[in-house]
Design a protein around this ligand. Structure first.
Ligand code: SDX
Length: 432
């Protein structure tokens, strides 16, 4: 394996170190390039640029591989649950029984939300975007836990465990609060004795005098959906958390920024867009061919939502797991969702169409996740907030890597300026 690369520009050569990751990923380290040559590397959208070294998640887009701290996603999906996988993603090891118990207790202890925070929601019209409300509530956490969010890495890392538990547990509670607020229903307080997902369903669907009756299959399905979203390398929103965290912003503030990035329809918002696409195919009695034809136009606004991925040039392993789980969950719940049949037909049609095959566009995690969330009673406009609950461990683990890196630097990309060259000020009287 080479230890360095050489860049030749005109008649000059510039040796650049080569980096090799633990899974054999290779990079040319261009940190010294500008100083040495006056050139920067250019990669619009950073699709081919490594922004950091990370030990959390490994993706192999060509072979559809996803591992968290070395553990394959299909094994975690089969044997683990969301809270255990959250611990693994954050702390790097599967918890033993004692640590699993302690972590679970910390989450349960921090499930409740200060009454005053409810007033933040009252500042939003009930029609507001649930992701905007969630980002606002998370952004307010430093005001309620200033000792955990000092914007000083050394101090904030001392209180990291509690801050991480508060972030995961309260984001879950916030989502239930947002749902109740939008429906004009009274908030339901968490029950400390309930496991993570059961408590969420309780806070979402219990009535003042009638507790939500837990359905094991539903909590299991929810665990799977959240677990499959736990982390995903340097995706748009996780990179946002790292970017904001690199300024020494605290964990909560950095996560709030990540939640805002996640809300976009090309990213976390895709799970809502997929269901809207499937619903309109159903309502129009279409067989999906109209959507496939429109998607092939190449315009960003007509894409086949839930298809394609910035990294996977093969199946998104999460899509396979969720797709298989759809059948199991809906059968167990006795639900026959026409949108699932439409999704399957759409997938088959697209995977036979050269436009998608030639561009290696396969279903991603968002293609089927909405079907399961709908089956467990989550309203469509809340799907992306569910993604945020699931991704919280990934945001937390990535912020911790930034905060703990003694050689860390503030993220400050460069650019190539293509605007007007120098020109003198023109007085108003001389302007056209
Ligand atoms: C998530 O990064 C992550 O890891 C994200 C995520 C995570 O866990 O954090 O996995 C979660 O965000 C999943 C993706 C959810 N988004 C969608 O499902 C929206 C639909 N998909 C796309 O918009 C698109 O595939 C992206 C945004 C996901 C990826 O975009 P890229 O890598 O920038 O792809 P591209 O724009 O370079 O497309 C390459 C070609 C283009 O055609 P040509 O210019 O070569 O002719 O493929 C086409 C695109 O037009 N294309 C699509 C398409 N996706 C790409 N054409 C139709 N439908 C699509 N869905």
């Amino acid at each position: 394996m080479p230890t360095n690369a050489t860049l030749k520009i005109d008649d000059k050569e510039y040796p650049l170190p080569v980096m090799i990751g633990s899974e054999g990923e290779k990079a040319v380290d261009t940190r010294a390039l500008r100083q040495a040559s006056g050139y920067i590397a250019y990669d619009q959208g950073y699709g081919n640029t490594g922004s950091c070294e990370s030990q959390i998640t490994y993706l192999d887009g060509d072979n559809g591989i996803l591992r968290h701290r070395g553990y394959p996603i299909d094994q975690l999906a089969h044997y683990s649950d969301f809270v255990e996988t959250a611990y693994l993603v954050i702390y790097g090891e599967l918890p033993n029984a004692t640590k699993r118990k302690e972590f679970g207790q910390l989450l349960r202890k921090n499930a409740a939300v200060e009454m005053q925070m409810q007033k933040i929601l009252e500042g939003f019209p009930t029609s507001a975007s649930p992701m905007a409300m969630l980002s606002a509530l998370v952004a307010a956490l430093p005001a309620y836990y200033p000792e955990l969010a000092t914007n000083n890495f050394e101090k904030d890392l001392k209180n990291f465990d509690l801050a991480a538990a508060i972030a995961i547990s309260k984001i879950r509670t916030f989502v239930a609060m947002i749902y109740r607020y939008q429906k004009g229903l009274p908030f339901v307080f968490p029950k400390q004795e309930l496991p993570f997902c059961d408590n969420f369903l309780h806070m979402m669907f219990s009535e003042p005098y009638k507790d939500h009756v837990p359905v094991p299959e539903v909590a299991k399905a929810l665990n799977l959906v959240l677990l499959l979203h736990a982390d995903h390398e340097q995706n748009c929103s996780t990179s946002t958390v790292r970017m904001v965290g690199s300024s020494q912003a605290n964990l909560f503030t950095s996560m709030s920024a990540g939640i805002s990035a996640l809300s976009g329809p090309l990213h976390g918002g895709a799970n809502v867009a997929v269901m809207q696409m499937l619903q309109s195919i159903h309502d129009e009695g279409d067989d999906g061919s109209r959507f496939i034809a429109a998607a092939k136009s190449g315009s960003k606004t007509n894409r086949l939502m839930g298809f394609g991925h910035a990294v996977y040039r093969n199946f998104d392993p999460r899509a396979k797991i969720i797709g298989d789980a759809c059948d199991t969950v809906l059968t167990r719940l006795g639900i026959d969702d026409p949108l699932l049949h439409i999704a399957k037909n759409l997938e088959q049609a697209a995977l036979k169409d050269d436009y998608f095959v030639s561009r290696k566009l396969y279903p991603n995690v968002d293609f089927y996740s909405g079907i399961i969330m709908r089956a467990v009673g989550i309203p469509m406009n809340m799907f992306t907030t569910m993604f945020a609950i699931g991704r919280a461990p990934g945001y937390i683990a990535n912020w911790k890597e930034v905060a703990s890196n003694p050689k860390g630097r503030i993220y400050r990309p460069r650019q190539i300026y293509v605007g007007p060259v120098k020109r003198d000020y023109v007085p108003m009287s001389n302007r056209a």
